[in-house]
Ligand binder design. Structure first.
Ligand code: NAD
Length: 499
């Protein structure tokens, strides 16, 4: 059985008594074992990071950016291999795996411009003979803890910006699909990154707790489910660290009566079922406004959903592949039963789906519910599978209220031809990322990504200038260069003012 080891100080480290299974979800079998590390393994990564940190932090930003340029070229050169590995461990189809890598690379492209982003502010003559300037300095040893569903993009969101800012980084990827994160670290080394600046440690709660308690870890960025995000935020900040922790989601798509329903159906099937619904920016809830919109939409959705092709991750015709493992398949099917028990109308049932020749794979067929109510637990919680719920709204105000009052506030979309309605919606809705006729409004790399309410704990977003802020601390210098003449005669015991 293939072993997936830690990557520390520029090389692999086979350490750790415990290990976890890494599945091939299309085949429904174990394909590798990953080390589950301990506090002692983390210490080795921290030692490597601390040793490399002073040199990297002192390297000028332009040279740091050149490593990012080299890395981008190497990832592009290795795209096929990376996408195949990613798809085989996650289950998403190859084209979608390439999208996962590409969206991460876009953050690397942003990081290539880090010299510009790190420029500080300057005020000449803030007082008599006094200038004030600020600089952004790296934090030190930083950590990223990432989920299984974007094993390339989310690590790159974090380490791309953190490392370009001059930090050393330890990545703790999901133990369910850990191979691509290790490969990315190898490629960073090949790109010219000094050993010890990017390390990968594997593990579960034991490793995460060691990270949260380690005094040398200055900042933690987390993406995963909400309960864990809140835990990471609480324990990390209690230990004096800077923490941003992004959680789960239940994104709504509002369909106004004037929307182009054919376009909506095409957008919805992709956004609800793509990647088997395992995206934090998936659209698992659709809110048609008015009974006629709901009935027309439902009539168009049913044949579109029934035409979806579920296949193995290497099937180029498949719209989506299996879910990540058997436990998750069972959980999604349990949620479908819960929604039935709560009174939802099961219009298309994806349970019990088997793919000929791949009977052991973790497939769930596309599922559609109508007449779902806000009181249902299956509406309130994240299912994270290929399940779309129709929640009918009587009018625009109710449609704004549903996502605004939901416990999650990651993304939301409105489909309409009415600019005024879209503008009102974007201004009023209590959600962090909004799409107008865009079903998955993941912002581009030079803007920032982050949800509200239980979708995000902390106060800065991922990537863009918010990322630069998160991974640096500001130092402000107030400087006076006396000319040797008569002083200002001020009293040193009074708080200085510039007046
Ligand atoms: P998860 O919370 O199970 O795991 C995320 C990370 O936390 C992993 O590295 C895992 O090893 C670690 N972890 C798991 N249990 C832990 C525990 N008890 N203590 C400490 N650490 C623990 O999430 P997942 O299943 O890998 O990913 C799916 C979730 O991530 C979904 O809820 C999805 O919405 C969310 N997600 C959110 C965003 C976002 O930007 N808001 C993006 C992608 C995924």
């Amino acid at each position: 059985m293939r072993q997936i080891d830690h990557f520390i100080g520029g090389g692999s480290l086979a350490s750790g008594e415990r290990s976890g299974d890494v599945f091939n979800p299309s085949a429904g079998e174990v394909q590798a074992n990953v080390r589950l590390g301990t506090a002692a393994d983390l210490q080795k990564a921290v030692d490597a990071a601390n040793a490399a940190l002073p040199g990297w932090a002192a390297t000028n930003p332009q040279r740091r950016a050149r490593v990012m340029f080299n890395f981008k070229a190497l990832v592009e050169k290795n795209m096929e291999e990376l996408a195949a590995t990613l798809a085989s461990e996650h289950g998403k189809v190859i084209a979608d795996a390439k999208g996962d890598i590409q969206r991460g690379l876009e953050v690397i492209e942003f990081a290539c411009g880090i010299p510009h982003a790190l420029k500080g502010e300057y005020t000449q003559g803030a007082g008599p003979g006094i200038d004030v300037y600020s600089m952004r300095q790296p934090l030190g040893v930083c950590v990223g803890i990432t989920p299984f569903n974007f094993p390339a993009m989310i690590p790159m969101w974090m380490f791309g910006v953190a490392i370009a800012c001059g930090n050393a980084f330890i990545l703790k990827p999901s133990e369910r699909d850990p191979s691509v994160p290790v490969r990315l670290a190898e490629l960073m080394t090949e790109a010219g990154l000094p050993d010890g600046i990017l390390n990968v440690v594997h593990g579960d709660k034991e490793m995460v707790d060691a990270i949260l308690d380690h005094p040398d870890v200055k900042a933690v960025s987390f993406v995963g489910s909400s309960d864990i995000a809140q835990y990471i935020y609480s324990r990390g900040t209690a230990n004096g660290k800077r923490v941003q922790a992004f959680g789960g989601a239940k994104n709504h798509g509002i369909v106004m009566p004037d929307a182009d329903l054919d376009q909506v159906v095409s957008d919805l099937t992709g956004a609800a079922f793509g990647s088997a619904g395992e995206r934090c920016m998936a659209l698992p809830v659709v809110v048609p406004v008015g009974e006629k919109t709901a009935n027309d939409l439902r009539a168009k959705l049913i044949p579109a959903i029934e035409a979806l092709r579920v296949g193995v991750s290497t099937d180029p015709e498949a719209h989506y592949g299996p879910v990540v493992n058997e436990a998750h398949k069972n959980r999604v099917e349990d949620w479908i039963q819960t929604c039935v028990d709560e009174g939802g109308e099961l219009v298309v049932d994806g349970r019990g789906f088997t793919l000929q020749g791949h009977e052991k794979g973790y497939f769930v067929g596309p599922t559609l519910f109508d007449h779902v109510k806000p009181s249902f637990r299956s509406y309130q919680e994240e299912i994270f599978g290929p399940v779309l719920q129709i929640v009918r709204a009587a009018d625009f105000n109710e449609a704004v209220r549903l996502p605004s009052e939901h416990q999650y506030g990651n993304g939301v979309a409105i489909f309409t031809r009415n600019g005024h309605a879209a503008r009102e919606f974007a201004a009023r809705v209590n959600v962090g990322m909004v799409g107008v006729n865009v079903p998955i409004p993941v912002p581009v790399a030079y803007h920032t990504f982050g949800g509200w309410k239980r979708s995000g704990f902390g106060d800065t977003n991922q990537h863009g200038m918010e990322g630069v802020k998160f991974w640096t601390k500001v130092k402000t210098v107030t400087a006076r260069w006396p000319d040797g003449g008569v002083g200002d005669g001020g009293n040193a015991f009074i708080i200085p003012t510039m007046g």
